[in-house]
Design a protein around this ligand. Structure first.
Ligand code: CP
Ligand code: NVA
Length: 316
């Protein structure tokens, strides 16, 4: 079973969790756990020796860039940071031409950009695996690390409830799909007009493995009896001009002690980071005893190592 899942992952793209079966996600989480344990024990494991991953960034990054670069290096390979300002893509070379050329040099391409369609176009024209490092629509790498973190903290995934409070953005979409696929109940609250994309909600409902999806404008309803409370910035990269308007619109959606009274007493707080203390979450919550945001950030490197090995590694 494990062997056949490993085989079906070789050479695949990772564009959205919608394309991944629950057993494939579970395989990646198991591998991430094993890799983390090995690293803590100081074991050297280099299945990506000689492999090169290109990292195209059209947006800023701390965690994604550093965890991919350090991760591929620790696995024996090399990462190439390709800012779109420095490669010809930023001067109008087509995505298709870029994909074909880069495929002849590299063993994998990670891209962080705006439109999901651009990542799809890159993947359609590349002959090496393409990994989505965040678009306006999805952030699947983050959710692999999030699921790993929840498993570590709660010991399980299936049957838990995650409440995502805030903008129906890339994080909301990927978390909803990841939760649905892993049997985790998902509820989200945002102001009208800022809820997750209806098509993605429908998709998540179709693939949900015995878990529910609740979409509401009421944050108290969303956090009711939740095991995990998650939030993200109110204005994502590319929405900087809307920052002030969004601060007003979302003010009733701040994750604070008052709201958390409605969650389970042993709730876990999560945030993909970077965070704006005093906006989407209070400092008391994100820096408090229920918060696992740094464990979650650390898991980016373990989860992505698992992903790179599964997609780009040679041995099964
Ligand atoms: N969470 C996350 O993707 O962080 P970066 O934007 O720093 O990569
Ligand atoms: N929603 C945020 C996530 C950052 C990791 C953004 O897209 O800016």
């Amino acid at each position: 079973m494990k062997q056949s899942v490993a085989l079906q992952l070789k050479g695949r793209d990772f564009l959205t969790l919608a394309d991944y079966q629950p057993e494939e996600i579970e395989y990646l989480l198991d591998l991430a756990k094993e890799i983390k344990l090995n690293q803590k024990q100081g074991k050297v494991y280099q299945p990506l020796k000689g492999k090169v991953l290109g990292l195209i960034f059209e947006k800023s990054s701390t965690r994604t860039r550093v965890s991919f670069e350090a991760g591929v290096y620790q696995l024996g390979g090399t990462g190439l940071f390709l800012s779109s300002n420095d490669i010809q893509l930023g001067r109008g070379e087509t995505i298709a031409d870029t994909a074909k050329v880069l495929s002849s040099y590299l063993d994998g391409i990670m891209i962080r950009t705006f439109a999901q369609a651009d990542v799809e176009e890159l993947a359609n024209n590349a002959s090496v695996p393409v990994i989505n490092g965040l678009t306006d629509t999805y952030h699947p790498c983050q959710v692999l690390a999030d699921l790993q973190t929840i498993q570590e903290v709660k010991g399980t995934l299936s049957g838990l409830k995650i409440a995502y409070i805030g903008d129906g953005n890339n994080m909301a979409h990927s978390l909803m799909l990841g939760a649905a696929k892993m049997g985790v109940h998902f509820s989200t609250a945002a102001p009208e007009g800022y809820l997750p994309d209806e098509t993605i909600v429908q998709k998540a409902k179709e693939v949900a493995v015995g878990s529910s999806i609740t979409i509401t404008t009421d944050p108290i309803e969303a956090v009711q009896d939740a095991d995990v409370i998650y939030t993200d910035v109110w204005a994502s990269m590319g929405q900087e001009s809307e920052q002030q308007a969004r601060e007003k619109l979302f003010s009733a959606y701040q994750v604070n002690q008052e709201l958390l009274i409605h969650a389970k007493p042993d709730y876990t707080f999560m945030h993909c980071l970077p965070a704006h203390r005093g906006e989407e979450v209070t400092a008391a919550v994100i820096d408090g005893g229920h918060s696992v945001v740094f464990q979650e950030a650390e898991n980016r490197i373990h989860a992505q190592k698992a992903l790179m090995i599964a997609l780009m590694g040679q041995e099964v």
